[in-house]
Design a protein around this ligand. Structure first.
Ligand SMILES: [Zn+2]
Length: 214
């Protein structure tokens, strides 16, 4: 997703739950995942190219960094950065996979599609659906990241399963964009609550308080 949406989603979902310093650090770490060098060759940061297992493993690695930092009493900034990176992957999942389309297809012809707020971000059936896939970053697309003026020539030739043709990174990508945002917001809160439960269980309320208010 474009940086304005990652920023807005984090502010909306976590702004009232964490300190301004924590929010600022998480946003910076989230956005840093989209630097050019991290866009190509790091499918797990963005759930690109069907890297579902790698993406989940990456998110788990970030949770473990948070636990380790808080357990060791190390600088809490490193924990905030890890969770910021986790939220980037969690949010990109909905923009780069066909998850919200699979969700929409459940309503095919039978009833009106609910508003974006009605989307279910963690539907087990859809998360393990055989047709779940995410856009592949083909060489041509990597090329237009570096040389954007080539877009009119390269874009039409990219396959339908390319990131370029599947993504819901910004509103002009179509009517499902607000659903990707709503699902990504839900998932961000879910991930925050999941982390809270883990930290409080292992390290107690004081450790979580330190994460939240630094
Ligand atoms: Zn990304």
């Amino acid at each position: 997703m474009e940086i304005i949406y990652h920023t807005e989603m984090l502010t909306k979902t976590l702004g009232a739950r964490i300190s301004p310093a924590a929010l600022k650090t998480m946003i910076a770490a989230n956005l840093k995942q989209d630097r050019l060098l991290a866009l190509v060759g790091h499918d797990e940061y963005h759930f690109d190219s069907n890297a579902f297992e790698a993406g989940y493993a990456y998110m788990e690695a970030q949770r473990q960094i948070v636990q380790r930092v808080l357990r060791n009493g190390a600088d809490v900034i490193a924990a905030w950065q890890a969770f910021g990176r986790l939220t980037h992957a969690a949010q990109d999942f909905y923009a780069h996979s066909n998850y919200v389309y699979l969700w929409r297809d459940q309503f095919n012809g039978t009833e009106a599609l609910p508003a974006p707020s009605g989307v279910i971000a963690l539907d087990e059936v859809l998360l393990t659906h055989p047709k779940l896939h995410s856009g592949k970053v083909y060489f041509g697309e990597a090329l237009i990241y570096v040389l954007p003026f080539l877009t009119p020539w390269v874009f039409p030739g990219l396959p339908e399963d390319s990131h370029a043709k599947m993504n819901l990174d910004y509103p002009e990508r179509g009517e499902m964009f607000p659903y990707a945002i709503a699902a990504a917001e839900q998932r961000t809160i879910y991930e925050f609550d999941l982390l809270a439960e883990r930290i409080i269980t292992e390290l107690g309320e004081a450790a979580w308080e330190r994460f939240v208010n630094g």
